[in-house]
Design a protein around this ligand. Sequence first.
Ligand SMILES: *Cc1c(COP(=O)(O)O)cnc(C)c1O
Length: 429
Amino acid sequence: MSKKPYQFETLALHAGQAVDATQSRGVPVYRTSSYLFKNTEHAANLFALKELGNIYTRLMNPTTDVLEQRVTQLEGGAASVALASGTSAIFYTVITLAEAGDNIVSANNLYGGTYTQFDAILPKLGIDVTFVDPKDPANFEKAINEKTRALYIETIGNPVLDYTDVKAIAEVAHRNCLPLIVDATFTTPYLLKTIELGADIVINSLTKWLGGHGAGIGGIITDAGRFDWKAGRHPLFTQPDANYHGLCWGIDLPEPLAPIAFALRVRTVPLRNLGACISPDNSWLFIQGIETLPVRMARHSENALKVAEHLKAHPKVAWVRYPGLKDDPSYPIASRDLKHGFGGMVVFGVKGGYDAAVKIIDTIDLFSHLANVGDAKSLILHPASTSHSQMTKEQQAQSGLTSDLIRLSVGMEHPDDLITALDEVLAKV
Ligand SMILES: *Cc1c(COP(=O)(O)O)cnc(C)c1O
C-alpha cells in the first residue's frame, strides 16, 4: 500500500498489510510461537533492540503486527500494542507508567471491570487511584498531587453514557505535564479521533465494536507518540530500568524509537514478562472486523438513535439517556465532537422501576441477555446486578447507576424489528 493520505474507510481495509511472497490477498495467520535467527549476531541485535524483528509470539507476530499498524493508522497514533483483552491493556498501561507509591486520577464513571481493577487491585499493589466526577474538568486539576502519573477517562462513560470532554481534560493533563489515557471503546476511531483531541494513550477493547461480532476477546493500546516522558513526572522513564539492561526509556532511545518509548516499554516490560499476549487467530478475527468498522458504526449509531427517540416518546418509559438525543445533558459537547454518529449504546428506565426492568429483560425477544457490548446483534443487560455489582450502593449512585437502569447495545437488525420487540415487552409492564 502506498503512503498516500488515504481516508478512514480505505485504511480500514488496507492499512498495515504488505502483501507477502505468497501473494495472499487476505492477511495470513502466522500460527507460530517462534522465529528463526539468521545467526548469533542477528539474535543478539534483536534482543538489544539494535534491530527490530520477530523473536517470539508472546512479544510480536506478523498477523498481530498488521492489526497493530492498522489501528495505529486509524487512531492517528505512532505505535500500538495488541493484548489478550481490553482489561489487560488497561492494566499494562497503568503499570508501564506508575509503580507503588504513585497515583492515577480517574473518572468515576468506568466500565465495571476497570472500576474494580482501579478500586480494589491497584491499591493493593501500592498504586492509589483518586476517582473524580469527569463532568467538570476542574475536578481532575484539584485531585492531582506530586505522585500523580496520569489522568484516565472513557469517551462515553458507563453506565449513563455521559460524553466526556476529552479536549478539556487533555488540557488539564498537559498543563500538569501528565499524559491523558482514554478508553475509547464506546466510540472507536471511526466516531472520534481521540488523539486529535489531545489523548496521549488510547485503549480500545477489540472485543466490542472493532471486532464487531462478539467472536473473540482482545485489547489494544495506541501510543500517540508525542508525550514528553522526560518532563519530570515519570521516574520509570528517566531512571535505569532493571527490566531492560538499565535502559532509560525516555532518554536513551535513538531518534526513530524515541517517540514510541511508551509503546516499546509496554511490549518489552509487561507484555514480555507478564505475558497477556493476543493469539494470532484472534488478531485475524479483529482485522476482519475492522474492515467493515465504518459501515457498521454508522448503522449502529443510526439504529440506536431511532431506538432512543422511540423510547423517549413511549408513555411507559421514565427516562432515556443517549448522547445523540437533542435534550440529553451530553448533547452539546458530544455533538461538537462526534460528527459521524453517537454510538450504539442506549440506557433507559421504565415506570415501575426495578421490577419492571427485570420483567423486560426476562421476556424480551430479539435482544440477547448477556454481558457484552458492541456485537452485531442487539444485547440487553441490567448493570446494577451484574457488570457493576462489585460497586457499593454509594459508588453506584455516585457514578449515576440506578437500580432501574436497562442497558441496550443496539445491533444491526432492522430498527423496526427492534422497536417492535421493545414495544411488546413495554405493553406488558
Ligand atoms: C469491554 C470493555 C473493557 C474491557 O475489555 P475486555 O476486552 O472485555 O477485557 C474495557 N473498557 C470498556 C469501555 C469496555 O466496554
